[in-house]
Structures are given as C-alpha cells and as structure tokens.
Design a protein around this ligand. Structure first.
Ligand code: 7TS
Length: 420
C-alpha cells in the first residue's frame, strides 16, 4: 500500500491525474536499447529527467549563468533569483516553515554527513547512542559510525522482520535515555518498505532524541510534510525525484540548524573574516560554503514544479498498480523469492530466481532492453539479514507502464531457459 496523502498538500482540480500521459515528457525513454524499447526499471538508483528539467538547466546555462549572492550585475541577479527561487519551491515541497530551513547539498549522502558531523560533534558523548535500523542504506549508517568512533558513542541497529518491516517492539526497546539521535529511512531502497515514520518520530521524541529522516526514496513517490511529521531533519536527493545529480537538500528545524556548528567552511558561509576571528553567516548560508551547484539547483527547482503539478493520489494509484502487477507476476515464477513483502510498500520489487545469480539475471534482461539493478543496493545489513549476497531489483516511477514489466518478465523467462 502506498500511504495516504498529507492534508496540507494543495489539491486543486487542475493537478495532472492522467499519469500515463507523462511518459512522453521523458526524452530518454523514447529510445531503443539493444534493439528493444527501453524498459527503465532502475529509478530507485536514479530517476530520469523530464524535458522541463532539461530545458530549465539549458536556459540557465544559455542565458543567465553567473555566480550567486555576490554580483551587482544583471546575470548575477538573475542567477541569484533562480537559485533562491528554487529554495522557495523546495520549502513548499516539504512544507517547511521557512527557507532558512532548506540547505542545498549535493544529495542525501551529503545531507546526512552534514548532520552527523555538525550535530554529532556537538551532542554525542561516550555511552550515547545513535539508533538506526537494519534496513538503512549505507549512507545512513557509515556517517554515524564515523562520528561515533570520534565521540565514543555507539550505533545501534533496530531489528527488522522477515517481511522486511521494521520490528516496532524491537524499535521501542532500542529507544532509551542514551538515544540521542534516531536516523531512519522513510522508504527502504532495497525492500521498498514504507516506514511509519510519523509514529517513529513521536516515539523517538518521547525519549528526547532528535530524528533525521532519510527521504531519498520517498520524494518521488510520497507527499512530504516536515511540519506534520515533526522530524528534526529530512534529507533528499534531486536525482531520485527527476532532478539532476549533485543536488539535494537538508531540511532542518531552524532552532537546531542555528545552534549547530558549520560543517564545511570557506566563502559564502561567513559574514566577516579576520585573523582575530570569523563570524559565520546566517541560515541557510552558514551551511553552504563555496560556489554552489547553481544550474543543478535550478534544475531541482524545475523538478519540484514538475512533481507538484501531479495529483498525488493518482500517482500513488499508478505506482501501486504497477507494484501489484509485478509482484503478482514474479511470485508465480518457479524458483522466485521476493525479498521485502511489507504491507506498506513503494514501487520496489527485490527478488531472486533460483538458481540464477542476480547479476546474471540483470545481464540477460539488459539484452531485452530492460534496466534493473542487481547487487546489495548499498544495504549490506539487509542482505546479511536475509542470508543472501544480492538481489535483482526492479523499481518504478511515474513513467513506467505494464509493457515495461512485461519486458522484464520476458527477460526472466529467457534467463530461465538459459539456466535450465
Ligand atoms: N538513502 C537511500 C534510502 C538511498 O536509496 C540512497 C541511494 C541514498 C540514501 C544515497 O543517495 P545519494 O543520492 O546521496 O547517492 N540509493 C541508491 C540505490 O538504491 N541504488 O543506487 C543508489
């Protein structure tokens, strides 16, 4: 099930409900790969970009490029307006209270590293704990391990069930007075599980912990409302929500970001510099040292415009239908094993077809023009839990259709013939 909509999202009559019509917006999908129509089923790794995002970036580079926040000239003003305009779009997209709470980063990985390095140094001490879950992407494990090594704190993994859901009782048991930070994924990239994060955030706050949500896999599929969730931090990546690579945001509550030390230092993040002492800039610039990815941020703003024009209920229905169709079909294949059968899932199907190695499967379906990801998906603790080395993963986005899934099923049948 794809979770219900947030009440604070705009729900106008003019939102796009015909999801199937959107496929034509993505030029990369209009090609043949290995002589077959491309079936791109790897959006969890990186989503494709609509023409509107490409156009916005080309326009920025063709007409407006200059550095931001520093020039008095026309192009610098235009670039600054476009860059700060994107911040306003992102604020609306996650429903933050203020643009001060939107920090542009290179993506989810950098957003989490920022919080781990800055907040972690500030609040973690020996005996303290950072609670993560066993379904986290490495990006939401390793930064915490590094900061724990430096501070003497400990990373604690909350358990998961054999369905690939978070074990809620286990999560509750892990929460203690020692828990200072809880870092949880909104949607698992390896399993597709949608976590009940609002409930988890409330439980974490009950013990006084701060909560970071890894939203990398949520942003293209679910409405995000950071005020409703009451999360302290929310991280996302532009390239997983139809924007460019090298972009993303960290949302943080202003009071927290204000009190945290800078993460990177240099130009832009200062007010005054002298050898007697340096005064840091105000939010959000305090956390944006150096010349940012201006064109990328403009593209990310265009991706937000694109997503915001789509009816979230229609999008959820479309992806849910594809998920059910693929899950039911793969379940019926002899030798199939589904990894991740949570009751609440986003458009991710992780599976194995005995006796075919996931990598062989990926290579064979690629010959049919089908792009899936195979491997541990940067979630080795998940693989360890299920006693496997890798899965084949098909992941869906708004531009996918049943033909894509049929191409995958055909590829699987060919692989089975080869390995018979
Ligand atoms: N968190 C989750 C849940 C992810 O799925 C990913 C990337 C990241 C963090 C890191 O995002 P980045 O944009 O900073 O790299 N996940 C995947 C994937 O599933 N296949 O390739 C990348």
């Amino acid at each position: 099930m794809i979770t219900s909509m947030s009440p604070s999202k705009p729900r106008g009559r003019d939102l796009i409900t015909d999801i199937a019509s959107l496929r034509g917006d993505f030029p990369v999908l209009q090609q043949q790969v290995r002589g077959r129509p491309l079936a791109y089923l790897d959006s969890a790794a990186s989503a494709q970009r609509p023409q509107a995002v490409i156009d916005a970036m080309v326009a920025q580079d063709s007409h407006n490029h200059a550095n931001v926040h520093r020039g008095v000239h026309e192009l610098s003003e235009r670039s600054t307006d476009a860059y700060e305009g994107a911040r306003t779009k992102l604020r609306r997209f996650v429903n933050a209270e203020s643009t001060d709470e939107i920090i542009f980063t290179s993506g989810t990985t950098e957003s989490i590293n920022l919080v781990a390095a800055s907040l972690g140094t500030q609040i973690l001490a020996p005996e303290d704990e950072v609670l993560v879950t066993r379904m986290e992407h490495h990006s939401n494990i390793v930064p915490w391990q590094l900061i724990c090594e430096r501070t003497g704190a400990k990373v604690v993994p909350a358990p998961i069930t054999k369905e690939g859901e978070l074990d809620l009782d286990g999560f509750r048991r892990c929460l203690t007075k020692r828990t200072k930070i809880v870092a949880i994924t909104h949607v698992s990239n390896a399993l597709g599980t949608i976590n009940p994060i609002k409930e988890l955030i409330a439980l974490a706050h009950d013990v006084g912990a701060l909560v970071l949500v890894d939203g990398a896999q949520a942003a293209a599929h679910l409405p995000i409302d950071v005020q409703d969730l009451d999360c302290d931090f929310y991280a996302l990546s532009g390239h997983k929500m139809f924007g460019p690579t090298g972009t993303g945001i960290l949302y943080g509550k202003a009071t927290l970001l204000d009190s945290m030390p800078p993460y990177k230092s240099g130009g832009e993040m200062i007010l005054t510099v002298s050898f007697e002492g340096t005064r840091f800039n105000t939010l959000p610039h305090k956390f944006e040292a150096g010349t940012p990815n201006i064109t990328g941020v403009v593209g990310l703003g265009a991706a937000v415009d694109y997503l915001s024009a789509i009816d979230p209920d229609a999008l959820a229905d479309h992806e849910h239908e594809l998920l059910d169709y693929a899950t039911d079909a793969i379940k019926e294949i002899p030798g199939a094993r589904l990894i991740g059968t949570a009751s609440s899932k986003a458009g991710v199907v992780s599976f194995l077809i005995d006796p075919i190695h996931a990598h062989d499967l990926g290579t064979i379906v690629d010959r049919e023009g089908v792009a899936i990801r195979t491997g541990h998906h940067c979630a080795m603790p998940v693989m360890e839990f299920f006693g496997i080395a890798a899965t084949a993963r098909a992941s869906f986005a708004l531009y996918n259709n049943r033909d894509d899934i049929e191409s995958l099923l055909k590829g699987i049948r060919i692989a089975q013939e080869i390995f018979k």
